[in-house]
Design a protein around this ligand. Structure first.
Ligand SMILES: *Cc1c(COP(=O)(O)O)cnc(C)c1O
Length: 350
């Protein structure tokens, strides 16, 4: 069957108003890539599958929720949308708004947005506004302005974002025939973990596919759900989860608890190490996307989980191309040689 995007495939299972007018870039349908070599590296004996969400149209899972949020906004007659973003929501909102012919305004925290994301938002034609403050400050502003003016809010506090993002859980169950034993993923504003849990729950009710245990992972410098209080100045290389006051924090904690899982933190060093391991398997993700697996690696190392014989799905939320600086900044310059065979032989074989 030809693939027509998330709403076409799963719209009947999502709580969207009748007036919704589908706007799609054929998001979703992302692969589950086996990563046996990484399992060896982690010293386990389990099955690991990477749900590579970086292969969505704008390079992150945000497209799943954005197709739903923009489709609802268009159906309601909205002419403009707004969001606060650490980058990926901005690029996604800008692309889907462009697709629908709407104006998009995105607020980003000053100087903390990866180049590939900012460039995306601009390329798709959004009006980008930098805030001298954090993501949390920007979110508070867009909430207020959307209550005051006719401009639709498309952050993940928009319920249709959560609806659209459930589709990832449905896809995993459809591909595997049932839910995995564990699902690990990064947690920032906590919309995605909320969606996965709601999605697995709905599919289990409908098809008896079972429920996974969920491991949500924050970055150590931005770990309000682990610390039990907001973080005023969140800091991490994983800019997509650099959030100190998660809008859906309560729901994230609930998902972890109900699934008999956990929310833990991984350090920047652990996250970057995992980014490297994944790249060695041919899967290049942005730093935040490696956090889920970095947390899993930690749990394995400290003997806190026994995964023997289990099936684990790790959600890798965004593509490495989004944040090239993190690699370029740490690499040594390529060697330069004259265009002669001997010169090439010399650096390769001598
Ligand atoms: C948005 C984002 C996250 C965090 O998702 P939340 O729903 O905010 O918890 C993680 N990784 C990437 C790449 C993202 O863009």
């Amino acid at each position: 069957m030809k693939y027509h995007g998330v709403l076409h495939r799963y719209g009947h299972l999502l709580d969207l108003p009748n007036y919704t007018q589908p706007i799609s870039l054929l998001e979703g349908d992302t692969p589950l890539i086996p990563a046996a070599r990484l399992v060896e590296q982690l010293g386990g004996a389990f099955e690991l599958l990477i749900k590579f969400e970086g292969l969505n149209p704008t390079g992150s899972f945000k497209d799943r929720g954005m197709t739903a949020a923009i489709s609802e906004a268009v159906g309601r007659g909205a002419k403009a949308v707004i969001c606060a973003s650490t980058g990926n929501t901005a690029a996604s909102a800008a692309a889907y708004a462009a697709r629908a012919g709407l104006k998009a305004v995105v607020l980003i925290p000053q100087g903390k947005v990866a180049a590939g994301k900012l460039a995306g938002a601009i390329a798709y034609g959004a009006q980008v506004v930098q805030i001298e403050g954090s993501f949390d400050d920007a979110l508070a502003m867009v909430v207020e302005i959307s209550e005051k003016h006719p401009i639709a809010l498309v952050n993940s506090i928009n319920p249709y974002r959560i609806e659209g993002q459930k589709s990832a859980a449905f896809e995993i169950c459809d591909t595997l025939g049932k839910a995995p034993d564990w699902l690990c993923l990064p947690v920032g504003n906590a919309g995605n973990i909320t969606s996965y849990w709601a999605g697995f729950w709905a599919y289990d009710e409908l098809k008896g596919t079972g429920l996974p245990q969920i491991l949500g992972v924050q970055a150590e410098g931005a770990a309000p759900l682990v610390l039990g209080h907001a973080v005023e100045k969140p800091e991490t290389v994983a800019t997509a989860i650099r959030i100190g006051r998660p809008a859906r924090g309560e729901q994230a904690l609930q998902a972890a608890e109900e699934s008999q899982g956990q929310i833990i933190a991984a350090s920047d060093a652990e996250i970057l190490q995992m980014q490297k391991y994944l790249a060695q398997c041919g899967i290049w993700v942005e730093p935040a996307s490696a956090a889920g697996l970095a947390g899993l690696a930690k749990e394995i190392k400290t003997g806190k989980v026994n995964l023997k014989g289990k099936r684990v799905v790790a959600v890798c939320t965004g593509h490495g191309l989004k944040d090239p600086e993190i690699i370029i900044g740490s690499m040594s310059k390529p060697e330069t040689i004259s265009p002669k065979l001997e010169a090439l032989e010399e650096i390769l074989f001598s």
